[in-house]
Design a protein around this ligand. Structure first.
Ligand SMILES: [Zn+2]
Length: 391
């Protein structure tokens, strides 16, 4: 399967200018095409590629951009257009025509691997011009990789984060592993405990989630309110914006790291071959606004929804699990998790389980159990019974 490794790079001040120049030109070309398409021009990849010559005549500076990068712009737009056509064909309500790329965002530069040279931890990124192509305004970029790149790779994407760090993402092929193990483990995904597992051996696993989000949210709110009291564009405003970006990135990294570790544990370390998770959608966990809401309820709803959308990261967690299970040769199943927290796993009676109730106390058979444990057992039983998923 294809994997991607993102490595931070160090580049000289001169090379930063080169990178910024090239991404600016690539975005210009991209946006120019988006504009044409928005005005009703038909998209044809081959014809678009052929038009590069005219574009270069119009803007001679395009010659200083590495040619393969410009070619990638057309492929990028081609993908975006096909995705759009597909959404239209599927009848999606908001099909979303490809958009203009904003100036403050770095336009990702995609280098095909065969034109790249790696020496130790140094990567040479070519620029335009040179030889029979005419004079070279910008010399090739020398990027120092802060980590070891994969031995063989297919393409490299150069990007920049909000704080001005540059990265190279290497796409590479990794052989999938074969596991000899057997067994089933089912997981209930939640907010308090990220994943609660139950195995066919009757064992429970508890995998905690990211703990620090409360602290980070408090810091972020403080910084933002301080910033909002400053005059816009003032020195302090800019400084606080920068701090805000740094702290939110730290939070994101920590959270991402936590999800990586958890999914690695489930897919790579646990012995069970089949991994089953309840496919609860994020939407289900969101609290909806209702009439006559008290201020306290409103605050609670805001905190809760912020957590579900920003801090929980369920969507990326499931994605990580999907590719890691594939990589480690495991089978991942998603089954409906409807009513799994409400149902008693012993006597099957249902009772309401508001989220604050952490312990399941069955009124019928007297079962007392952690709500997530009970839910994980239910998912296990449902999976083994092969019940058809609920509509
Ligand atoms: Zn019961």
């Amino acid at each position: 399967m294809l994997l991607c490794k993102k490595i931070k790079i160090e580049v000289s001040e001169r090379d930063v200018q080169t990178l910024e120049f090239m991404q600016d030109k690539c975005r210009g070309l991209y946006n120019w095409w988006v504009g044409k398409l928005r005005r009703g021009e038909r998209w044809n990849l081959e014809q678009a590629k052929k038009s590069l010559k005219e574009s270069k005549a119009y803007d001679p500076e395009l010659r200083f951009v590495y040619g393969k990068l410009l070619a990638e712009v057309y492929f990028h737009l081609d993908k975006a257009m096909h995705a759009f056509f597909k959404r239209v064909a599927e009848g999606t309500k908001k099909a979303g025509f490809p958009r203009f790329k904003p100036r403050h965002q770095f336009f990702t530069l995609c280098y095909p691997a065969m034109y790249l040279e790696v020496q130790g931890n140094t990567l040479i990124l070519p620029t335009g011009g040179g030889g029979s192509w005419g004079p070279k305004r910008y010399s090739n970029i020398v990027a120092h990789l802060t980590e070891e790149p994969p031995e063989q790779f297919r393409e490299v994407a150069v990007s920049r984060d909000a704080r001005g760090n540059y990265f190279c993402s290497f796409v590479y092929e990794q052989q999938e592993q074969q596991v000899a193990h057997d067994g089933i483990v089912t997981f209930d995904l939640g907010i308090k405990t990220l994943a609660t597992g139950y195995t066919d051996q009757g064992r429970f696993y508890h995998i905690g989630g990211f703990k620090g989000y409360r602290w980070y949210n408090k810091q972020l709110d403080k910084i933002r309110s301080k910033r909002d009291r400053c005059k816009k564009k003032s020195r302090r405003y800019i400084h606080l914006s920068r701090v805000y970006k740094r702290v939110s990135e730290q939070k994101r990294n920590k959270q991402h790291d936590c999800l990586h570790k958890a999914s690695h544990l489930i897919a790579g370390t646990l012995a069970e071959r089949a991994v089953v998770i309840g496919d609860l959608s994020q939407q289900q966990m969101v609290m909806h606004k209702h009439e006559n809401e008290t201020p306290k309820e409103r605050r609670k709803r805001h905190i809760r929804n912020r957590m579900v959308y920003n801090d929980w990261g369920l969507y990326s967690f499931v994605q990580m699990l999907t590719y890691k299970c594939l990589l480690y040769g495991k089978e991942l199943y998603l089954i409906s998790e409807r009513d799994t927290s409400k149902t008693c796993h012993v006597c099957k009676q249902k009772q309401a389980m508001p989220l604050w109730k952490r312990t399941y106390r069955c009124e019928n058979c007297g079962l007392v159990m952690d709500r997530d444990d009970n839910s994980a057992v239910n998912i296990y039983q449902r999976f083994v019974a092969g019940l058809p998923p609920h509509a």
